[in-house]
Design a protein around this ligand. Structure first.
Ligand SMILES: *Cc1c(COP(=O)(O)O)cnc(C)c1O
Length: 366
């Protein structure tokens, strides 16, 4: 949270202007600041990441099938569902959990119109290979970048890849507006249609030109973004230190792997996922979560269950576990650890010691 007084000052101003939403001054200011900060060619704000993705996909006029990953947050595939698009699930890479680009081409049919990939835990997708495939088959490329705010990859801002990248500004993300999101897109001509889609399709008073909905970011939310943004760099630096501490603390713990420990590849600083190899470590992921809970340390299964296992995809041939063997395996092994700037180094050491020593905390015990 930013300093309360600073936010209150922004609110006091709203009590004077009474301009609470519909492209107010905070909205305009946040849009410009984010564009600069992210080096985004075009950027539009939304009331959450899910609707940003949904309307972005809508503006691309996709149809038929979209190749995507089962190892993601439900919102990624639910955005497809609401547009009547069929997700075609592709397996993921074992080392970084992003979509396995080598398996995409075999899934393309004449109904395929796009690839929707996710920078999972900030791990960058193989953007080069994905773009090559898309170009060869005339497909659009959309990235769910909810985990990759302000990341860079191969020397470029991560939002520069593909036709479009969705960002989420939910309270749990690195940068937030309480609820909120954005689209970064390469073609500036999309801006007009996206603006209409975000505001009921209203082009002018008494002129409704297409069927949209309401997905605007309010001034109350934009104000939070303006106050949070100046702290992002500082938060990233703190988290870089915490990551280093975790790396030291977990070094040599057999069967535990920090998934995105390589800062040259992943500079998102949003999650701290570990993979638990039961055969080597002795406990499985769920047992480790339970053990940590006894110490009041709350890890999370992430992402679990796989999207391909949702009941409404029954009958979708791409959900066949045979074709998703890596994702099936990873979904049983991965969890995230506490990770935020105010986490103290001694707390990190304690968490690592609990993982290393596997001792269940008991009242009155050691
Ligand atoms: C948070 C998140 C979303 C959803 O964003 P909201 O802003 O909460 O709607 C989508 N995809 C991923 C990968 C996320 O982590």
């Amino acid at each position: 949270m930013p300093p309360l007084e600073d936010y209150q000052e922004r609110m006091a101003h709203l009590w004077e202007t009474l301009h609470l939403t519909n492209n107010g001054e905070y909205h305009k200011a946040l849009k410009e600041e984010l564009k600069n900060y992210l080096k985004a060619p075009n950027l539009m704000l939304f009331n959450n990441g899910t609707l940003a993705l949904f309307l972005g996909l809508k503006a691309l006029h996709l149809s038929g099938e979209v190749i995507t990953t089962p190892f993601t947050f439900p919102a990624t595939v639910e955005a497809l569902d609401w547009l009547g698009l069929t997700p075609v699930f592709c397996d993921i890479r074992r080392d970084d959990y992003t979509i396995d680009a080598d398996k995409i081409e075999a899934l393309i049919t004449e109904k395929t119109t796009a690839i929707l990939a996710v920078h999972v835990f900030g791990n960058p997708c193989d953007t080069r290979k994905i773009q090559e495939i898309a170009d060869r088959h005339h497909l659009k490329v959309i990235y769910d970048g909810a985990h990759a705010f302000s990341s860079s990859y191969l020397g470029q801002p991560i939002v520069s890849y593909g036709d479009m990248t969705m960002l989420s500004f939910h309270a749990t993300k690195l940068f937030h507006t309480v609820e909120g999101g954005a689209l970064v897109f390469s073609e500036s001509k999309l801006e007009e249609e996206l603006g209409l889609l975000r505001n009921f399709g209203i082009a002018a008073p008494e002129q409704v030109v297409l069927s949209g909905l309401n997905a605007k970011m309010s001034e109350v939310h934009a104000a939070m973004g303006l106050e949070v943004l100046p702290y992002v760099e500082q938060e990233k630096l703190r988290r870089a230190k915490i990551l280093k501490r975790y790396k030291q603390g977990l070094e040599g713990v057999a069967g535990i792997r920090i998934v995105n420990g390589d800062e040259s590849m992943n500079n998102s600083f949003q999650y701290l996922p570990i993979e638990v190899d039961q055969e080597v470590y002795g406990l499985n992921r769920d047992e480790l979560i339970d053990l940590l809970k006894t110490h009041e340390i709350y890890g999370r299964k992430y992402f679990y269950p796989l999207c391909s296992s949702f009941s409404w995809y029954e009958g979708n041939p791409s959900t066949n576990p045979k074709n998703l063997s890596v994702a099936m395996d990873i979904a049983e092994k991965v969890m995230t650890l506490p990770y935020y700037g105010r986490l103290r180094e001694e707390d990190v050491d304690y968490i690592c010691a609990c993982i290393r020593n596997k001792v269940i905390y008991q009242e009155g015990g050691e």
